[in-house]
Design a protein around this ligand. Structure first.
Ligand code: P1T
Length: 380
C-alpha cells in the first residue's frame, strides 16, 4: 500500500459490529473481564484503548515502522523516550532544537542525573567528538527548529550505532509524508502530532515509532507506567487529520516555496532560511532524505526586534502564534516566543537572533498570503 491508502486504511478497518467506516471513539476507561484476572485485548485505557491502537498502527505504518505509541503531547513522547535512560547516562543533542525540548533536558532531566552535550550536527564529526563512554542517546531534529538546518540522518546514525547509542529523530517539521528517519538509520522517530499530523490546530498530542522490539517493549512499558497517554477523542482527531496529510503537505510545500521565493526578493529581508531554495547549501542531503521541502521557513528582517514587531502587527491572514503545521498560516518571533526558554547569549550564538521570524505556511490561497506579507513590508 502507498502513503495515502495507508493513512486512510491502516488500523481503520470498518468496525465489525456496526460496519462504521470511521474508527469509533471508545471513551471507556475500563473493560469487562470474563473472570477475575482473565484479561482480553483491552483491560484499562491507560494501558491500551482501541481508538489509540488504530492511531498507533496507522502512524507506525506511515513512518515505515513496526510499532507506534501515542502520547498526550510531543513533550510527553520526548519525556517517555528519555526515560529509557538511567541516572549517569549521557545524551548528545543537536544545538538547534525546539525550546521546550531544550528546557526539558536542562531544567528537568538534568536534575535526574542525565548529562547533556549540545553540538552542531550539520558537521557529523561534532557528534563523533562528543561521544563519551556513557553516551546512550543522540537527539536530533531535521530540519531544525527554527533555523531550518538539515542534518544527515544516515551519517549521524552510523556514528550513534558505533557508540552503541540510540538515534532519535524528531520528525515533526517534515511529517512522515516528506521524510522517514527510520529508513535512514534512526532507532526512534518522535512527533508532536499537534502539528502536521493533526493538521488543524485543534489538539495536543505526540508519538514515538520504532522498528526494534527491544526498544518498543520497554517504551511500551513506560507509556503505561508513566501514563502520559492521549484521550480517545484526541486520537480520533489525529486519525482524521492524517487521512488528508498527503494533500495538505503537497499544498504546504507549494505555498512555502512561493513565499520563500517572494521573501528572497524583499529588500528588508536579510536572509531566508528554507530548504526549498535552489542554492541551499545542503541541497544534496535535502534531495537524498526528504521528499519535499515542507511548509516551514524562517527569515531575518533588517531593523531588529522593532522591525519584527511592526511587521507582524500588520498581518491579517498570518496569525501571530506559536505552533505550526495547521491548515492556517502562523507566524512568530522565536526569540520572544517558542525559544524564549533558551538563554539569550546561547540563542544569539546559535543564530536565533532578535530579527528572526518563523512562518508556518498554511494551505490558503498563496496570493492572499503574499498580499498579507506585502502589507507588513509596506510598514518597514
Ligand atoms: O507542543 P507539543 O505537542 O508538546 O510538542 C513539542 C514539540 C516537539 N518537537 C518539535 C520539533 C516542536 O516544534 C514541538 C512544539 N513546537 C512548537 C509549539 C513551536 O511553535 O515550535
Amino acid at each position: 500500500m502507498r502513503f495515502s491508502t495507508k493513512a486512510i486504511h491502516v488500523g481503520q478497518d470498518p468496525e465489525p459490529e456496526t460496519g462504521s467506516v470511521t474508527v469509533p471513539v471508545f471513551l471507556a476507561s475500563t473493560y469487562r473481564q470474563s473472570e477475575p484476572g482473565k484479561e482480553g485485548k483491552y483491560v484499562y485505557s491507560r494501558t491500551a484503548n482501541p481508538t489509540r491502537t488504530a492511531l498507533e498502527e496507522c502512524l507506525a505504518s506511515l513512518e515505515e515502522g513496526k510499532y507506534g505509541l501515542a502520547f498526550s503531547s510531543g513533550m510527553a513522547a520526548t519525556t517517555t523516550v528519555l526515560m529509557l535512560l538511567r541516572k549517569g547516562d549521557h545524551v548528545i543533542a543537536g544545538d538547534d532544537i525546539y525550546g521546550g525540548t531544550y528546557r526539558l533536558f536542562e531544567k528537568v532531566l538534568r536534575n535526574y542525573g542525565l548529562q547533556f552535550t549540545y553540538v552542531d550536527p550539520q558537521d557529523p564529526s561534532n557528534v563523533e567528538k562528543a561521544v563519551r563512554k556513557n553516551t546512550r542517546l543522540v537527539w536530533i531534529e531535521t530540519p531544525t527548529n527554527p533555523l531550518m538546518r538539515i542534518i544527515d540522518i544516515k551519517r549521524i546514525s552510523k556514528i550513534s550505532r558505533k557508540a552503541h547509542a540510540l538515534l532519535v529523530v524528531d520528525n515533526t517539521f517534515m511529517s512522515p509524508y516528506l521524510q522517514n528517519p527510520l529508513s535512514h538509520g534512526a532507532d526512534i522517530v518522535v512527533h508532536s502530532t499537534t502539528k502536521y499530523l493533526g493538521g488543524h490546530s485543534d489538539l495536543i498530542g505526540g508519538a514515538a515509532i520504532t522498528n526494534d522490539t527491544k526498544i518498543h517493549e520497554p517504551l511500551s512499558f513506560l507509556q503505561n507506567a508513566v501514563g502520559a497517554v492521549p484521550g480517545p477523542l484526541d486520537c480520533y482527531l489525529v486519525l482524521r487529520g492524517v487521512k488528508t496529510l498527503a494533500v495538505r503537505m503537497e499544498r504546504h510545500c507549494q505555498n512555502a516555496k512561493a513565499i520563500g521565493e517572494y521573501l528572497l526578493k524583499q529588500s528588508k529581508v536579510e536572509r531566508v532560511l528554507f530548504p526549498g531554495l535552489p542554492d541551499h547549501p545542503q541541497r544534496d542531503i535535502v534531495r537524498r532524505q526528504m521528499r519535499g521541502s515542507g511548509g516551514m521557513l524562517s527569515f531575518q528582517l533588517s531593523g531588529g526586534f522593532n522591525s519584527c514587531k511592526k511587521f507582524l502587527k500588520q498581518l491579517r491572514v498570518f496569525t501571530v502564534a506559536e505552533s505550526l503545521g495547521g491548515v492556517e498560516s502562523l507566524i512568530e518571533h522565536p526569540a520572544s516566543m517558542t525559544h524564549a526558554s533558551i538563554p539569550r547569549e546561547r540563542r544569539v550564538e546559535l543564530g536565533v537572533s532578535d530579527n528572526l521570524v518563523r512562518a508556518s505556511v498554511g494551505i490558503e490561497d498563496v496570493e492572499d498570503l503574499v498580499s498579507d506579507l506585502e502589507r507588513g513590508f509596506r510598514q518597514l
